[in-house]
Every structure is written in C-alpha cells, then in structure tokens.
Design a protein around this ligand. Structure first.
Ligand SMILES: Nc1nc2c(c(=O)[nH]1)N[C@H]1C(S)=C(S)[C@@H](COP(=O)(O)OP(=O)(O)OC[C@H]3O[C@@H](n4cnc5c(=O)[nH]c(N)nc54)[C@H](O)[C@@H]3O)O[C@H]1N2
Ligand SMILES: Nc1nc2c(c(=O)[nH]1)N[C@H]1C(S)=C(S)[C@@H](COP(=O)(O)OP(=O)(O)OC[C@H]3O[C@@H](n4cnc5c(=O)[nH]c(N)nc54)[C@H](O)[C@@H]3O)O[C@H]1N2
Ligand code: SF4
Ligand SMILES: [Mo]
Length: 677
C-alpha cells in the first residue's frame, strides 16, 4: 500500500449526502480529510465532523486489540487477549448455547455506524442466518416513514436531488438539513440564487435550518398530518389542484376531496399551533408555485403517528401535479433506486426455511429483560444501543444481566462495550473494501483500502469469516472475497437502474450514477401503479385508507407538562464523535431549549441547570431560554454520554413504544417534567 498521496474515499457515516472524500496521506497516516471536488453532487464540500475525522481514527482511545472483561459489567475494566482466544471463547460459548438453549438465544444487534453494504448487511447476515439466530428488526431510524411513503408512492423513490436547483419553492418539513443533509441546503441556496426560490422550514425547533429559511413555521410536535390535510383542504376548496394529473396518475382523489372538508383551517390551527392566516398563506404559496419541492425529514416520523405523517405529506405533490415537472415533487428517501440483490448478498437460504423469531431493536431493553425463551447472548456491532436506544435504563438493566454473554465489536470502548464480556477492535471504513449506495442522491461509490488495519483491528466482514471458521461452518459463502460479494450485490435484474454497474466500473470511475428513469407515467410500484391517495392496502392492514390526523398517545398519562424532542446535533453523528475530544469541544454541551413563557412561569433562568425527568429516568441539562420552541415543548440535541457524573443520557427519558407503521421508533413522543434543582 502506498504511504504517500491523495486517495479517493467515501464518507461511511449514516448521512444522506454520502460525500466523496479525498484522504491525504503522509508516512502512512491520514493528515487531512477533504471533500472530493469530482463528486458530482457533493462537489468537494464536506461537514466539519468529517473534516476532523483524522482526530477520530487516531484518537488515543481507539481499540487496538481484543479484550476480555475483568471488572463488573459496565465498569469498563478489560484485559488484552489474542484474536485466537477471543474467537475460541465466543464460538465455544455459542456452540453450547445452540445445543442447550437453541440458536435463537443468540441476538445480533447492529445498525449503520458504517454504511458499507458488505460490512453493514452482508457477511453478518450470512453468518447469523447460518446460525439461525434471532433476527433483528432494524427499525430505529426511518422505517415508519418508509412504510408510510410506500403506501402512497410504492417504494423509496423521490426525485433526483440534483434537479432541485430548478425548484421555486423548497419546503424542509421536519428535517434539520443544515446539520443532517447539508448538500440539499446547498442545492436549495442555488435555487434561491438562480430562480428566486423561497425556502420554508416547518419544525418544532428554530435550529440552524430554521434560521436560514425565508419563512420558518413553528408547529406543535406530532401534528404535521393535520397541517398537510389543512393545506389539502384549501387546495381543493380554492381549486388549486391539477385535475388532469389527478385523473391520470392517482387513485382516490374524489374520496380525498370529500375527506379533507373536515380539516378546515380553524380546526387545523387549534391542533397545530400554526395560525389560520399562515395555513392559508402556506397553502396558496404551495398551490401557486411550480416547481415546488418537499424534503420530508426524519423528525416527524419519530412519533407515535410517524408513518401516517409521511403517508399524508407525500400526497401533497400529486395534488398540484408536481411529479411531472423538473424540480417538483418530494424526497423522503431514494434508496429504492440503488437497491441491490440482498438475496445474493445476505443468503437468506442459509436459514434453511427456519422461521426464527424477530426482535424489534427499539425494544432491546424488553428483549433482554422479558422475552421468553430468554436472549442469552448479544453480539453488538456498528451500533451503540446503551446510548441510542430508547428506554435507556431498561437497556442498561438488560446489559447488566450476569447470565447474558455480550460481545461488542467497535472502534471504541463505547458505553455499550463497557458491558461486554469480549470486546473486538474494528477497522475504520478507510481500511476496508466496500460499496456505498446513497439513500438521497443516485450515485454508488467504492471504498478501497487506503490505510493498513489499525493495531489488530478487523473489519466486520473479516470477523464474521473468523467466527464462521470457529463455528465449523463449511459453506463457501464465508470465503467469498469482497470483490465477489460486490459483484453478487450488483447483479440485480429486478432493479434496472443498476444495469451495467459493476465492480470494475466502480474501481475505474469511483462514482457511478444509477441509470435512473422517471417513474411516470404509471410505473409506480403501488398495487394500482398510480399514486394512492386512497389505499386499499392500508385498509386491509387496519389503517384509515385516506390520509388522517391521529393525535399522539398520552405519554405517562399526560402528567408531565412538556413534549420532549431529543434530536441529533450538528457535530456528532448519532453517538459517533460524542467520545472524540475535538467534536465534543465544538459542540460544547447539551442544552435544553425552553420557551421564555415557560421558563418565567417556573422561575428558570437562562443557563441554569435543571432536572429533566419522567417515569423512565432523569437527566441534568442546562437551559437555553428563548423563542426557538413553542410553549409546552422542550428540545435538546445530541446523543451524549454521561460526563463527570452528570446524567445526560437522553434516551433514559424516551419511550420504547412502537410507531404506527414499520415497527418504528417514537423518540419524540415522550413527555417530561422540568424542575429547578
Ligand atoms: N450532524 C448530524 N447529521 C446527521 C445525524 C446526526 O446525528 N448529526 N444523524 C443522521 C441520521 S441517522 C439521520 S436518520 C438523519 C436525521 O436527520 P433529520 O431528517 O434532519 O431528522 P432529525 O434530525 O431526527 O429531526 C429533524 C427535525 O425534526 C424536528 N421535529 C421533531 N418532531 C417534529 C414534529 O413533530 N414536527 C416537525 N415538523 N418537526 C419535528 C426536529 O426539531 C429536527 O429539527 O440525519 C443524519 N445526519
Ligand atoms: N434520542 C434519540 N435517539 C436516537 C435518535 C434521535 O434522533 N434521538 N436517532 C436514532 C437514529 S435515526 C439512528 S439511525 C440511531 C443510530 O444509532 P447507531 O447506529 O448506534 O449509531 P451511532 O451512535 O453512530 O453508533 C455507531 C457505532 O458503530 C461504530 N462503528 C463504525 N464503523 C464500524 C464498523 O465498520 N464496524 C463496527 N463493528 N463498528 C463500527 C461506531 O464507532 C459507533 O460506536 O440512533 C437513534 N437514536
Ligand atoms: S457526515 Fe454527511 S455531510 Fe459529513 S462528510 Fe459524511 S456524508 Fe458528507
Ligand atoms: Mo437514522
């Protein structure tokens, strides 16, 4: 491997932008990370988090070798062991468990700490299928919304973000894009500069994104469906709908027209906290501007009614016929365009038709504490559930179980790893071969190793190969090389957009755009092939067939006065970077944003530390008093670990209720009390 030079690379993080990177190497070490100007969408700009990535990959606390626990669970005392000992310990434990308790006593737990397909959902799936372990429903992020969108649009297909420079109205709806999708903001700014496009932001918090808007609309949490239905009410009432589009490309527009009569703007204003005149202004702006584009965010779908929100808002572009106009339409997610051959990549046939149980990752605490027959071993990789999963105190209690054998594979001794019996060191993505498919733009990228493996660390793919050997699995699937796995994944006749994209082409070009064809007319993957404003499938599945506002559940019997929104922050990526000094110093500390009226009523002053609590747990946070949230709402940002005895694990406060669709999470539907200390 060359020790010197500039190397093309991909950002591995769970972020829609999936930027192209250039790694500058001197003496075998990365000295600088910058954006690759050749990437057609991200064009050389990257976020500050990843600009400082070298601080993370050379952080003095990065794991260098396998370890076994010598202290109590959670205490963080470990001792170095060899890979041979680590693999032998894990596989002998698992062989015994499989014999005595059955394979479903083993539970994998992972998410997308590294988005590379082979490492995130390739060799691991093969391995756990072969074992017949319990399966994990990976529903923590966007599944409620994805299911809701699918009912309307047939799959994760939106417009090409590159087209949004043509938009004249851009609505960021429940997305903190300035922090979480910065290149969509760059495209919107371009549209603003070139076409005079207006940027509207609808959010419960006036954060970085709200501050750059032409018009910021604050809304009460979990009420967005009502706002969308109020807009529909006005669009029909004032005849701003595109009838020919509705007749040709949708089903159920007559039913919808009648249905939305009940969402009159006065009622909608009461529900949402958005003034009546603003509802009219927004509806008329949307009805009279073309092309208009809605970027549908993850925020409003992390609620009890999150699936229905996305289902509802995704009906809007059809009403004004936006999907036929370049720059018109919406993006919730675009992963459908780049979907690979998971049958070949993940080999579900290794399950041999066994119907193994499925455990929802949003209820990890429950799974560890109450599921019967019990989970006896947990294998965590590419995720940090002790910080990111809801009902955090339940999760910790589960992890503390003496009879639970826990293995954690990570780059760092995370909060979760502190509970492990065996800790395994992971390579960074820059040390691996893998492919990356964005869920926002249409490019596939390849990562080839730019760095030698750090210490004794190994990639997920390599660890599962070793575990398969240790278990005595003889299938050749565990010997497939990365290049072979990439070829298998890309060989997907069911997805014509991937045609002619292969390993060699990726190696040659680094970025390859999917051969995306417009979805219209009549090519959607809904049962009717059209946009389903009325959905028979929803009716069959027990949902209202038309878009509907369903209020949030009464969390904690409604005794706590504040709706609590613990969202991501600017300088971390979920809990990634929360343990890196550089990023912590950029972010400083978590804050609780509270409306001035509420603060005055409670005698709370700006900067004061308060106790935030509910039936699940408590945190200590400093308050920022102001007008960035509505009365009755408090917002905090970032997934922090506790610091010097200060409790700030936000997910000790969040509910593990399951959203209305897709087994989704409800992080933002909890309520809290806020007390002076
Ligand atoms: N800097 C940074 N970037 C990230 C991440 C990160 O942690 N940090 N995480 C990555 C991941 S995994 C994901 S899924 C995405 C998520 O990124 P986004 O799609 O932006 O989703 P969130 O940040 O969860 O929430 C978006 C906004 O929704 C608002 N919100 C909450 N409830 C409601 C509501 O009921 N109605 C409305 N209108 N707004 C509401 C929040 O205040 C927040 O501003 O970002 C990715 N990118
Ligand atoms: N309160 C609240 N909680 C939330 C959210 C919220 O908005 N509010 N957002 C939710 C969302 S949208 C998401 S997606 C989840 C994300 O939750 P997680 O998927 O757990 O994300 P991270 O916290 O970034 O943890 C990823 C871990 O993977 C490790 N890692 C990185 N690369 C590799 C690798 O190649 N191999 C291995 N073995 N490990 C690797 C990193 O070091 C890191 O510790 O959090 C959810 N939790
Ligand atoms: S985190 Fe997102 S914006 Fe930052 S470099 Fe990675 S893909 Fe780009
Ligand atoms: Mo996410």
């Amino acid at each position: 491997m060359e020790k010197q030079g500039v190397f093309k690379s991909v950002c591995p993080l769970d972020c829609p932008d999936q930027c192209g990177l250039l790694l500058h190497k001197v003496d075998g070490r990365v000295v600088k990370v910058e954006g690759d100007p050749d990437h057609p969408v991200t064009k050389g700009n990257i976020c500050n988090k990843v600009r400082n990535m070298a601080e993370r990959i050379y952080d003095e606390n990065r794991l260098k070798y396998p370890m076994k626990r010598i202290g109590a669970k959670g205490e963080g005392k470990f001792e170095r062991i060899s890979w041979d000992e680590a693999i032998a310990t894990i596989t002998s434990k698992w062989k015994t468990l499989i014999e005595k308790e059955g394979p479903e006593s083993i539970l994998p737990y992972s998410f997308y700490g590294n988005m590379g397909l082979l490492n995130a959902e390739g060799m691991d799936r093969r391995f756990f299928h072969r074992i017949g372990a319990s399966q994990l429903d990976r529903s923590i992020c966007s599944s409620a919304g994805s299911v809701g969108y699918r009912y309307t649009m047939g799959g994760s297909y939106g417009i090409d973000p590159e087209d949004t420079i043509h938009s004249k109205l851009i609505i960021f709806w429940g997305i903190n894009a300035a922090s979480t999708n910065m290149h969509q903001v760059a495209l919107a700014q371009k549209a603003r500069k070139n076409n005079g496009a207006k940027i509207v932001v609808i959010d419960v918090h006036k954060n970085q994104t709200g501050r750059l808007a032409d018009w910021f609309i604050p809304i009460l949490p979990g009420t967005d469906s009502a706002l969308a239905l109020g807009i529909m009410h006005i669009l029909f009432a004032e005849n701003m709908v595109d009838s020919s589009f509705l007749h040709q490309y949708t089903v159920g527009h007559d039913e919808l027209r009648e249905h939305v009569v009940q969402y009159d703007p006065i009622r909608v204003a009461e529900i949402t906290g958005v003034p009546v005149e603003d509802i009219y202004k927004l509806a008329r702006m949307y009805g009279n501007t073309s092309p208009s584009f809605i970027r549908i965010g993850n925020g409003p779908q992390h609620h009890d009614n999150g699936g229905m929100f996305v289902r509802t808002v995704s009906c809007l572009p059809a009403l004004t016929g936006q999907w036929l106009i370049k720059g018109g339409g919406a993006i919730k997610g675009n992963s459908g365009y780049l979907s690979v051959n998971t049958t070949k990549l993940q080999l579900p046939r290794l399950l041999k038709n066994k119907q193994t149980r499925v455990i929802n990752m949003n209820q990890l605490g429950e799974a560890l504490l109450t599921v019967d027959p019990p989970v006896k071993s947990l294998y965590v990789y590419s995720s940090n559930p002790a910080v990111v999963a809801p009902e955090g105190n339940k999760v910790r209690k589960g992890l503390e179980r003496e009879d639970l054998f826990v293995v954690v594979h990570d780059l760092f001794l995370t909060e979760t790893a502190k509970y492990a019996d065996i800790v395994l060191p992971a390579t960074s993505s820059f040390e691996n071969t893998d492919i990356y498919t964005s869920y926002w733009h249409h490019y596939i990228q390849i990562q080839q190793p730019v760095l030698e493996a750090y210490g004794e660390s190994k990639s997920n793919v390599d660890v599962f190969r070793l575990l398969a050997k240790g278990m005595g699995f003889e299938e050749s699937a565990f010997d497939d090389t990365e290049a072979e796995m990439i070829a298998q994944a890309l060989n997907q006749p069911a997805n014509p957009f991937l045609e002619a994209i292969n390993y060699e082409k990726l190696v040659e070009n680094q970025y390859v755009k999917a051969n995306v064809k417009p979805l219209f007319p009549g090519k959607l993957r809904t049962p009717s092939r059209k946009i389903e404003l009325y959905s028979k499938r929803m009716k069959a599945n027990g949902y209202p067939p038309l878009p509907t506002y369903i209020p949030l559940l009464k969390d904690g019997d409604g005794v706590h006065p504040f709706q609590f929104i613990p969202a991501p922050n600017h300088n971390f990526l979920n809990s990634t970077f929360s343990n890196n000094q550089k990023h912590v110093s950029l972010e400083k500390e978590p804050r609780l944003h509270m409306n001035r009226q509420d603060a005055e009523a409670a005698g709370i002053e700006d900067g004061e530390q308060v106790r935030v609590w509910n039936q699940r747990g408590e945190c200590l946070l400093k308050v920022s008093v102001g007008e960035t949230v509505l009365p009755g709402v408090v917002v905090t940002q970032g997934l922090w670990a506790d610091s010097e005895g200060i409790k700030q694990l936000i997910n000790t406060l969040t509910p593990d209720r399951i959203a209305d669709m897709g087994g989704g999470a409800t992080f933002f539907s909890g309520r809290v009390s806020v007390d002076r200390l």
